[in-house]
Design a protein around this ligand. Structure first.
Ligand code: BV8
Length: 236
């Protein structure tokens, strides 16, 4: 593997699957139990805030029952031991990367453990239910919503992500179906800018043909194996 100095990693729900968190599109997954339009759009929230707040309260509470898996731990080891530049972007709103030891995680779709006040715009760390409309810690208005990016909303830190995609040597996609944009377009951005592109996934994704290499299998096996490869070739 040519000298790798700058890596961008994108993770999706598949990296959390072996920790026991439902993915979105597997049979019985999150979107099977709810219509996307009802629970992951601003319109759905405006129509029925209690349904949406309850959906996110349930997912936030479920985090206490799950643990990071070897894939999360391997990415934390990479962050610690890789001498080059690493940007870990996740589509996931759970905190498993952080609990697995990663210190720098870019949550492009927001986080379950963050609250956004629609009155004053403050984002606060949040651990408890929102369904009873608790007051914003700053302006005290009962106007909190989950600090997650819904369909039709702009993901966070896109400028920073595209700048990293312009200069990276390697783009690695882990556990994502490639069904949702703009994340699904990152592989193309990286490839156009000359990066090698690698996909680690349980099954072929919608974007598999865009990757130089796809490895199929569970993240808990593929990710530690890949991290070993990178660290041994980079002399890390
Ligand atoms: C935007 C947060 C514009 C909330 C999420 C038509 C064409 C193209 C685009 C569009 C279109 N119509 C609308 C759009 C835009 C839309 C979109 O892409 N829609 C799709 C459905 C077509 N996108 C948006 O709206 C985005 N915003 O475009 O803004 C804009 C422009 C200017 C100004 C303002 C706005 C915002 C999208 C973000 C939505 N929020 N999540 C929450 O979590 O509740 S999306 C949610 O689903 C996730 O965050 C993730 O991003 C996405 C996809 O999920 P995955 O992570 O890929 O999970 P999935 O279940 O799909 O797949 C799991 C994979 O893992 C599988 O491949 C499986 O094989 C694999 N796997 C399973 N087990 C394992 C495994 N792999 C390894 N190991 C295992 N053990």
């Amino acid at each position: 593997m040519a000298e790798i100095e700058r890596i961008v990693i994108l993770t999706g729900a598949g990296i959390s699957a072996e920790s026991g968190i439902d993915t979105f599109r597997a049979a019985g997954g999150l979107w099977e139990q709810h219509r996307i339009e009802d629970v992951a759009t601003p319109e759905g929230f405006a129509r029925d805030p209690r349904l949406v707040l309850g959906f996110y309260d349930m997912r936030r509470a479920a985090l206490a029952q799950v643990e990071p898996n070897p894939a999360h731990a391997a990415l934390a080891r990479l962050e610690r031991d890789f001498a080059g530049e690493l940007l870990l972007v996740t589509q996931n709103v759970n905190d498993l990367h952080e609990r697995g030891g990663s210190a720098r995680v870019l949550h492009m779709h927001g986080e379950l453990k963050s609250a956004l006040c629609t009155a004053c715009g403050t984002r606060s760390r949040w651990e408890v239910p929102m369904i009873d409309r608790p007051p914003c810690p700053v302006c005290h208005a009962p106007m909190l919503r989950p600090d997650v990016v819904w369909f039709g909303e702009m993901p966070y830190e896109m400028g920073r992500i595209y700048r990293a995609l312009e200069t990276c040597d390697l783009f690695v996609s882990i556990g994502t179906s490639g069904a949702v944009y703009p994340a699904a377009g990152f592989v193309q951005e990286a490839r156009v800018n000359g990066a090698r592109t690698l996909e680690l996934n349980l099954e072929p994704s919608e974007g598999s043909r865009l990757f130089h290499e796809t490895r199929l299998g569970p993240a808990s096996a593929l990710v530690p194996e890949w991290v070993d490869e990178v660290l041994s070739s980079a002399g890390g």
